[in-house]
Design a protein around this ligand. Structure first.
Ligand code: GAF
Length: 385
């Protein structure tokens, strides 16, 4: 659990000001991978790993940002902020500040302390939780309120335009709009969303392959480029197709030969994943856990074989999970190429499941996995008191 008082005290000690505190969660995606930037569907839940942003005003015209995780502080005059990313943790908060300023929102000089416990590079959206906690703190400083979906969009722009990772909106959106004990089905085109309760007798178990991934790294952007190639081919025949959300498997049958074999496979993953995600949301709403679980396994196979974004360690975890009593469904979650698998497990079996998964994974890979039992949590909020 994050030490809220510790962050408040550290901020006070460093800056002699009592801060306002904001908390934004990480997320686990239950299904719908790489569909967000294709304007499709995703179904994540916010989790109880999070980032706290503590903020207070300054009178010296400086922007001072301290990271408790990195035990480092950066300072810049408000009128000489870096114009681009420095490949440093401070890119995320500075990117959010740059985007807000670009919107004409003037944030006065401030001290910001960040502290988070979302595992980094594990596919659980530590960066989105930093961005969303930061934007809430900065808007507070600026005395401005904006709707949550718009906040999510601005944080996505910080990641795309400042940090340089071409991510979609899923992570920032769920960090803004998550709800306790619920998954969220998001239509990434309209940003309309529906909350679906996660039954009390279902545990969310997240198992970390311990293989690190990074969005700023090449693979994510390569996949995006391949998806865009497939979209262009289909759009050259059907101009109404602007994103793969608008495309069908029949389009691939007709025009797949005009694409590179990789682009064809990436597109097939996204088109079928959109269908699976909507079906999974309907199954969760109807309490049909068997169907939900089957769709999660199918989603993993598609992510592994067509999108080629899995890794041998994640495949082992999913395979082991599928053999365990009480496992409803399992798949690699997040951007891919490492990170975590998500498992929905009957509560009554969760302890044994975790023990067996840990043992089996160690036996197969020699790696000691971190395994977390998470709860679906609320989106960003101010911590009072
Ligand atoms: C990462 C990105 F940030 C998201 O936008 C999404 O594309 C995801 O990978 C894959 O579903 O988390």
């Amino acid at each position: 659990m994050l030490d809220v008082n510790g962050t408040r005290d550290a901020h006070f000690h460093a800056f002699q000001q009592t801060p306002a505190l904001f908390l934004a969660p990480g997320r686990v995606n239950l299904i719908g991978e790489h569909t967000d930037y294709a304007e499709g569907f995703v179904m994540p839940a916010a989790i109880d790993f999070a980032t706290i942003a503590a903020i207070s005003p300054r009178t010296d015209g400086q922007v001072v940002i301290a990271s408790q995780n990195f035990q480092e502080t950066v300072a810049h005059p408000l009128n000489q902020l870096p114009a681009r990313a420095q490949h440093h943790w401070s890119d995320y908060p500075l990117g959010v500040l740059a985007i807000l300023r670009g919107q004409g929102i003037e944030v006065p000089a401030f001290s910001l302390t960040l502290n988070g416990d979302v595992p980094v590079g594990a596919g659980l959206s530590s960066s989105a939780s930093v961005e969303v906690a930061t934007i809430s703190a900065l808007l507070h400083m600026a005395g401005k309120e904006i709707p949550l979906p718009q906040m999510a969009r601005l944080c996505q722009r910080a990641e795309n335009e400042f940090v340089g990772a071409s991510t979609g909106i899923m992570d920032q959106f769920i960090a803004c709009c998550g709800a306790e004990n619920h998954a969220l089905l998001l239509d990434c085109r309209s940003l309309a969303y529906k909350l679906a309760p996660i039954p009390a007798d279902v545990a969310i178990v997240i198992s970390n392959t311990m293989v690190k991934h990074s969005h700023a790294g090449g693979e994510y952007n390569t996949r995006r480029a391949e998806v865009e190639e497939a979209t262009r081919v289909i759009a050259s025949h059907r101009p109404e197709v602007r994103f793969l959300r608008d495309a069908t498997v029949e389009d691939l049958q007709k025009w797949g030969s005009e694409m590179s074999p990789d682009a064809l496979k990436r597109a097939r993953h996204i088109i079928t994943e959109n269908t699976r995600t909507e079906a999974a949301a309907a199954a969760l709403e109807a309490g049909d856990l068997k169907t939900l679980g089957r769709l999660m396994y199918e989603a993993h196979a598609s992510y592994r074989d067509d999108f080629e974004a899995s890794c041998p360690e994640a495949d082992i975890l999913v395979d082991l999970a599928s053999q365990e009593a009480g496992c409803i469904g399992a798949r690699l979650t997040g951007g891919g190429f490492g990170g975590c698998t998500v498992n929905l497990v009957e509560q009554a079996h969760a302890d044994t499941f975790i023990e067996h998964l840990r043992e089996g994974y160690h036996r197969a890979t020699g790696i000691a996995a971190d395994i977390y039992r998470c709860h679906a949590s609320a989106g960003v909020h101010r911590i009072e008191g």
